[in-house]
Unconditional design. Structure first.
Length: 254
């Protein structure tokens, strides 16, 4: 069993797109059409998010288990190498995949991700998981970053994310907090990257800026585009994000 993914036809190599926590394929609504000019977007939904199933086995939620799923999808596409892009929580997954499989990655893109670029405490994640296990959907909807609390997004994206929020599976979200979140950090491995890296930084998210600076110093072959956006920079500054990613893919992917 694999997470649900959909392929958008385009000109160029595949680009795996992995959204963030409590999001869905709607995260990329403002990006797909522009990206199709240079690649084939492959949009994956995390376990228990959107249309993906919600496995009961905790092992499925381990970060490297996601990497194995990415490899299975790449193999199904029949390509030796591809691009990967992760947003927030999803960036922790794609960054680890690029560390483990550099020979399979032409280049990688990451957006603001405190969970990936810092060393986060495990206890708060476990407490949130326990609250969701006890309170189910009610507790999940009270989560501070639940999509229903996002009101400044463009209406088309907001409406799609709100609709997909009804598909979130509380049990899978709790398993993600228990088994995925604690493994997302690549803070100690920044100097180990062997693939070209683009970080699309939403400079309005103050908490990420010191992490952005550290990545710029430590990640080899790293370039950073600073955009006038926040945590969801690919939505807040979609045009700048699209231009930067398309230029990155054109440069590396031919």
């Amino acid at each position: 069993m694999l997470p649900t993914y959909e392929i958008h036809e385009g000109a160029g190599p595949p680009l795996l797109l992995v959204h963030g926590f409590l999001s869905s394929r709607a995260q990329w609504r403002l990006n797909i059409e522009a990206l199709r000019a240079v690649c084939r977007p492959v949009v994956l939904e995390l376990w228990g998010h959107g249309r993906s199933p919600a496995p009961e086995d905790p092992a499925a939620y381990r970060v490297r288990a996601y990497g194995e799923a990415f490899e299975a999808i790449r193999d199904r596409l029949g390509v030796d190498r591809w691009f990967v892009c992760g947003q927030s929580f999803g960036a922790g997954l794609t960054l680890r995949y690029a560390l483990d499989h550099p020979d399979r990655v032409i280049g990688q893109v990451a957006t603001n991700s405190v969970s990936a670029f810092s060393r986060m405490e495990r206890a708060p994640q476990l407490a949130r998981a326990a609250a969701i296990e006890a309170g189910g959907r009610t507790a999940l909807e009270a989560f501070p970053i639940h999509p229903r609390k996002a009101r400044r997004l463009p209406q088309a994206v907001r409406d799609a994310l709100w609709a997909d929020a009804d598909l979130l599976e509380p049990a899978a979200i709790a398993l993600s907090l228990r088994h995925t979140s604690p493994e997302l950090s690549i803070a100690d491995d920044l100097a180990a990257f062997r693939v070209p890296t683009l970080i699309a930084n939403g400079r309005r998210e103050a908490a990420f800026q010191p992490l952005r600076d550290r990545a710029e110093q430590l990640v080899p072959n790293c370039r950073i585009i600073d955009l006038d956006g926040g945590h969801s920079v690919n939505i807040d500054a979609a045009e700048g994000f699209n231009d930067a990613v398309c230029a990155f893919i054109r440069e590396l992917g031919g």
